[in-house]
Design a protein around this ligand. Structure first.
Ligand code: 13P
Length: 249
């Protein structure tokens, strides 16, 4: 049995004070939610405040990006060690917004994944096709390329610590969710690719989250699919009540 993960991705939302207030409001709402891992991806500046507020709960805090080098002259960048020191357990890598707007490639995703694993962070690695790619029948090719590129050079042992998030770009922030069946089909394909690259056992244990307009009213249908092991939630993770009802699907 794969343990579900419900993760929020706040993107560029919430100050330190807002992050603290959110976590304080969320804690009692998920105090008995031992059925899944709960993670919140906060902006860099709010990480320590979120970690501090989450103390004594099972809520893990994630960064939304990182640099692959340990340190250096990389103005504006943040290292894995800095994220760990802030108290994070996870890091989101390769989100489509980083690929679209900030030049993230499968090569940089791969470097970041390795650096995150070295620092004992759990990488949540995002893959997903554009609308034009889906409509031209290239979804599987895109997913395979992103997966193979992102996971290049990992040992099976390293791979066992990865979480994959399937986020079709056309479903992000659009209110247009993939149907549970469409998401499950993509997850099944990714699991096949993982089985071929690593092993059927590792692939069977891999947790694959769905992301893209996940809301309190569609989470149950998504989680009813055996292939869907959880969700990466954007907009609906900004409100504690809404995020809690997704956690408590
Ligand atoms: P929305 O839930 O706002 O569509 O965002 C999904 C996402 O990008 C999570 O990483």
């Amino acid at each position: 049995m794969r343990r579900p993960v419900i993760a929020g991705n706040w993107k560029m939302f919430k100050t330190q004070a807002e992050a603290r207030a959110f976590v304080i409001a969320l804690k009692p709402l998920v105090a008995n939610s031992s059925h899944c891992d709960i993670v919140i991806g906060a902006p860099f500046t709010a990480l320590a405040a979120a970690v501090d507020a989450a103390r004594g709960s099972a809520i893990g805090i994630a960064a939304q990006n990182m640099h692959w080098e340990k340190e250096g002259a990389f103005t504006g960048e943040i290292s894995a060690k800095m994220i760990v020191e802030a108290g994070c357990s996870h890091v989101i890598i390769g989100h489509s917004e980083r690929r679209q707007f900030f030049g993230e490639t499968d090569v940089t995703v791969n470097k970041k994944v390795k650096a995150a694993l070295d620092a004992e962070l759990v990488p949540i690695v995002c893959v997903g096709e554009l609308l034009a790619e889906r409509e031209s029948g290239r979804t599987e090719m895109v997913l395979e390329t992103q997966f193979i590129g992102g996971m290049a050079g990992l040992t099976a042992q390293q791979f066992s610590r990865i979480i994959i998030a399937y986020e079709p770009v056309w479903a992000i922030g659009t209110g247009r969710t993939a149907t549970p069946e469409m998401a499950a089909e993509a997850h099944r394909f990714l699991r096949q690719v993982a089985a071929a690259k690593f092993s059927p056992e590792r692939a069977a244990a891999l947790r694959i989250l769905y992301g893209g307009s996940v809301k309190p009213d569609n989470i149950k249908g998504l989680m009813a699919q055996v292939e869907i092991d959880g969700a990466l939630v954007g907009g609906a993770s900004l409100d504690a009540n809404s995020f809690a009802s997704i956690v408590n699907f």
